[in-house]
Design a protein around this ligand. Structure first.
Ligand code: ATP
Length: 299
């Protein structure tokens, strides 16, 4: 069963298509990353999934049910939307006690467990307003996780975390997905982070889902080229094209796109040396993930 299923889901604010005909299917235990620039529609989609706003068209279901029909599903959902709101004058522990009461249980062991897991142990008596930004984010995550939900909807969960915090949260979410089968839907605008954390990525641009890709397949999508510089680039291009390679001038570089050349630059180097055109520089260029993302949304 799909834990999250949307079909042609749309939400418009006046002329702005915040979410435009989005169909997404997320299976149990999957970590699905929703990637987009600022204003792409990520938060609006999460608000739709949580039933906080009504779609203009299309449907959205969690655990096979429409959010409106299914009061019981909310016990199985944890969420963090944009800024993690908490009561600033209450301590970390008090904030967590309150969320437990609101969720209808009172179990100090769960509070201890989650504060330990999120490294908030030494701050349990600190007022929320005195926490660092990263620790406010941890408290937001603690509130989302404390009742051990089966589905987590997290809007920019790594916002404000330092590199160690990012690794910690990544490991925690991966553990939840692998060991407890928790389904996680998270948004971000940082592809490199999302690629490490998720099993599948949906790229959203101007409200529309422009691409879905398995994180494991990302490497195959990245553009690779062999770049060469010689003292006579036009002459070197002639040599390479005579041998059947796809070579062209790009600024003051020769760009070769054949995978055979990229895999064996030494063969190309030897060929050019034999023709009296030794390379001054030769290296394999690999597109980075940010450029890949920009290329996809520009397409
Ligand atoms: P960010 O990464 O900056 O949080 P986002 O991808 O979460 O952005 P949304 O907040 O979903 O984007 O916004 C999508 C579009 O919808 C934006 O153009 C935004 O201005 C518009 N929008 C969102 N909520 C409303 C609203 N309540 N009224 C009018 N326009 C809105």
């Amino acid at each position: 069963m799909n834990i999250i299923q949307t079909e042609n889901l749309s939400k418009y604010f006046g002329a702005v298509k915040a979410v435009d005909q989005v169909s997404i299917h997320v299976k149990q235990g999957e970590i699905y990353g929703f990637l987009g620039l600022n204003g792409a529609g990520k938060t609006t989609l999460i608000r739709l999934l949580l039933g906080l706003i009504k779609p203009d068209t299309g449907t959205c279901m969690l655990f096979g049910k429409h959010p409106k029909q299914a009061n019981k599903i909310w016990n199985n959902v944890g969420y963090l939307i944009e800024t993690p709101h908490a009561y600033p004058r209450l301590s970390v522990r008090e904030n967590l006690q309150l969320i437990c009461k609101l969720r209808g249980f009172d179990d100090h062991r769960l509070i201890n467990e989650i504060t330990d897991r999120l490294n908030l142990g030494e701050y349990v008596h600190t007022k929320e307003e005195n926490l660092s930004m990263g620790n406010k984010q941890r408290l937001g995550l603690a509130k989302a996780l404390i009742h051990r939900p089966k589905l987590l909807l997290l809007d920019e969960p790594i916002n404000g975390l330092d590199p160690a915090g990012i690794v910690e949260i990544r490991e925690l979410l991966q553990e939840l997905s692998e060991q407890q089968g928790t389904t996680i839907f998270l948004s971000s605008h940082i592809l490199s982070e999302i690629a490490r954390l998720t099993s599948r990525i949906g790229i959203i641009h101007k409200g529309a889902l422009v691409k879905e890709i398995k994180s494991a397949d990302l490497d195959e999508q990245i553009i690779m080229r062999l770049h060469i510089k010689t003292t006579n680039n036009p002459g070197a291009i002639e040599v390479l094209t005579d041998k059947g390679f796809q070579a062209q001038l790009a600024n003051d570089l020769i760009e070769v796109s054949d995978s055979h050349a990229i895999d064996q630059p030494e063969t190309i180097s030897r060929l050019l040396v034999e023709q009296g055109l030794p390379p001054k520089l030769i290296w394999v260029f690999e597109e980075d993930l940010e450029h890949y993302f920009l290329r996809i949304i520009k397409a």
